[in-house]
Design a protein around this ligand. Structure first.
Ligand code: PMP
Length: 365
């Protein structure tokens, strides 16, 4: 072990939402509801499923390493040239590749806190330091503080909007003012994994800023609204020279054939996206209303998940909910002790969560 890079020992492997199979086994349950990983509860688009089944017959061949058809489809949708798009094995892959491209030992990244843990992972992997800037007390971004955290060593600054786990977002005017003040040598990454769920009109779209010439890298994913989390596919838009550099760290076939084919079909299935969006809004109102009736106020969210202050030990609550067959995410694990994060599910899943929550809070109180 003497030869292992020391910084790797600081990395705690990512702990994902508890799998349904684990909970079934552990608690002897047959029916478990998972509202833990911000997945699309409607399931994948039928068109995407058909395209994937069709492509299965060709998996003896390598996928298109350049993902040409997929990039063309993404380009047509976004108005960003295909040469300014890179795809990865989930946006997790893109975060890792970008970290490998830009971070030297001792460099710094600036991240909001709480936010998605993989930014920190990418930095740690490269022996770089993560400077975490707390969100304000209402979980809104403190962009002024993030700006003040930038030093000569800062190479990357991450913004996650809507932010996981809080659901809060960055407004257009605020991002404009921010980008006008960030030194241009700092790469600003906008992680927009939940972009398609946004309903607020003043939301800052990262690609608008890329089009205006700012040095931003905009990351998106097929794991959320496009319901292909199991296939692993993320993509990003950026300046050609930035993507050219990152592309050098990429494995030749980092996105598999079924993901590429499924994604093109999913992009084309507007109806499924609209149905998912409608379901998410209704589910949000249901959870917000249901929790409100029990005396718990939820934090306004633009994602497919929400958080709320449980005013008790969230780990105990999380465990008690597991025993009822409902998987959520404990805030302690996400850097917001006392809170619970719940992904917005199908109507009956949300109902089951609300019923279980009402039952367990009364026994724990
Ligand atoms: N960014 C954010 C903010 C996320 O919440 C997630 C998934 N939980 C990811 C990136 C990673 O997504 P992917 O499945 O594309 O790797």
């Amino acid at each position: 072990l003497n030869n292992v890079r020391k910084n790797l020992f600081e990395i705690k492997p990512y702990s994902p939402g508890k799998p349904i199979s684990d909970v079934k086994r552990e608690f002897g349950l047959t029916d478990v509801t998972k509202l833990a990983s911000n997945e699309n509860p409607l399931g994948p688009s039928k068109k995407a499923q058909a395209a994937i089944l069709d492509a299965v017959a060709n998996v003896n061949r390598y996928p298109d390493g350049g993902a040409v058809s997929l990039k063309e489809a993404l380009s047509a949708k976004s108005g960003i040239p295909a040469g300014q798009i890179l795809v990865g094995n989930g946006s997790d892959d893109l975060i890792k590749l970008t970290s490998e491209t830009f971070l030297h030992p001792g460099d710094e990244i600036v991240v909001p806190s709480p936010s998605f843990s993989q930014y920190w992972f990418g930095a740690q992997l490269m022996d770089a330091k993560t400077v975490a800037v707390p969100l304000k007390s209402d979980f809104e971004y403190d962009l002024e503080a993030m700006l003040n955290a930038v030093t000569d060593k800062t190479k990357i600054l991450y913004l996650c909007s809507p932010n996981n786990p809080t659901g809060t977002y960055i407004r257009e005017a605020d991002l404009q003012a921010f980008l006008d003040r960030v030194p241009s040598r700092v790469l600003v990454i906008l992680d927009e994994a939940y972009n398609e769920y946004v309903t607020e009109g003043d939301y800052a779209q990262g690609i608008d800023f890329l089009k205006r010439g700012y040095n931003v890298l905009v990351m998106r994913t097929f794991s959320k609204m496009y319901a292909l989390a199991g296939l692993r596919l993320g993509y990003m838009f950026g300046r050609p020279e930035v993507l050219d550099a990152i592309n050098r760290t990429r494995e030749p076939f980092n996105v598999n054939m079924l993901a590429q084919v499924g994604a093109v079909a999913a992009l084309d299935d507007e109806e499924h996206v609209e149905a998912s969006r409608t379901l998410n809004r209704a589910g949000y109102e249901q959870l917000q209303g249901g929790l409100g009736a029990l005396g718990y106020e939820t934090v306004p969210t633009q994602g497919n998940f929400l958080i709320f202050d449980t005013r008790q030990d969230d780990k105990e609550l999380f465990d008690a909910l597991l025993r009822e067959g409902v998987i959520t995410r404990s805030g302690t694990a996400l850097g917001i002790p006392g809170y619970l994060r719940v992904s917005i599910g199908l109507q009956e899943e949300n109902e089951r969560f609300l019923t279980a929550f009402e039952k367990v809070v009364s026994t724990l109180a």
